[in-house]
Design a protein around this ligand. Sequence first.
Ligand SMILES: [Ca+2]
Length: 422
Amino acid sequence: MDRTDPLTRSHRAQPLYRQSFFYTPEGLLFLEGNVCHDGLGCFSNLPPYNGPNRPLNTQPQSPATIQTKFFLYTRCNSSSGEELQITQSGVVGLGDSCYDGNKDTKFVTHGFMHNASFLWVQDLVRELILNEDLNVIAVDWGIGAKPPYVQAVSNTRVVGAQIAQLILLLIRETNATIGQFHLIGHSLGAHTSGYAGKRLSGLGRISGMDPSDPLFRDTDISVRLDPSDALFVDVIHSDSATLESPDMGNRQPSGHVDFYPNDGKKQPHCPPATPGMNVCSHMAAVYFFTESINSHCPFKAYPCASAQDFGKGRCLRCSRANCSTMGYHAYKHIARGSFYLETQASAPYCNYHYEVNITANNRVNGRLLFGFNGTTGTLQLFVCLAILTPRFRRSQSITGFTTGEIQTVCKYPNNRKRDISY
Ligand SMILES: [Ca+2]
């Protein structure tokens, strides 16, 4: 019979804290100090985990509270996930599962208030398996991802540590190598993937889909997703926050390549939303990434000095060396830096970007009519001209529609050939 004080017994069941408590103006309880969990190490929320850019913070909850689950999907079990459980002796369920260490492994990690049952997770898993014969592990930390946001933010550190722990076990127990692992995360799941990568040397890739902004902006690179977290880090910014508009996604470059579709905010297929509540734009990065996996349309993205310059059509020329493609196939390109592109206002979202270059041979005025025959249809286009003097060149970017990859361009007869060339 345990004769110790019930309060003491209760404390014994808890992780070891160096404790201090305080109440915020919102009435939430926060905890400062250091907490350790078996197999995962200790988590301090001293700087850089708090500071001017992260005024609110708390300790992560325990693995027993977060209850992270890992569900394996492969082509041999594409419709129902097989649960893999981490134990001190190894990965329970691995031997009887379809996991094949000779094949690449992707992790898909959700963000705040989501879980692995969300439709977008299932869609992404399905497209990955359709594209390639590989292992996909959906990470479910839905219990730890519940409000308050500041608690979910902190819990990502434990979930990231658990992902790293599972990867190391898979390497130990199968033929898998660290470079074969690719972590794909949305929102808080992007930073979660960064925490996993920080613990692993030589992780192959992390794809961040609109990494969260609140409590991450301008923090130390050890606190947020950054290029040091994997050999290749690609990031899509779709609801990026600015000083004027405190939205959900982080705008600062966070990868070897950063993509800013539609200037990285206010996606054209989304209805107008209150700043900070644009869930549609925040989710857009997921839909773009998912579509990119098996799409014939490449989501071609262009380097540019600014989104404003790109919007003015000044950056539509590039080569294979300095352009990239947003989404799943970004790793095939050697270009690094920030890239811009536009998408369509409804699914499928991938768009092509066209540019017409006209040189006047004589003094001309009026309008020109072109026809573009593309892989998905034919487009007629009027180009309105102000007065062009000889040898004056004009470029016009064309957005808002697509006709696929241009095959031929024809100029209608009312354009006098001697007047212009294009
Ligand atoms: Ca980092």
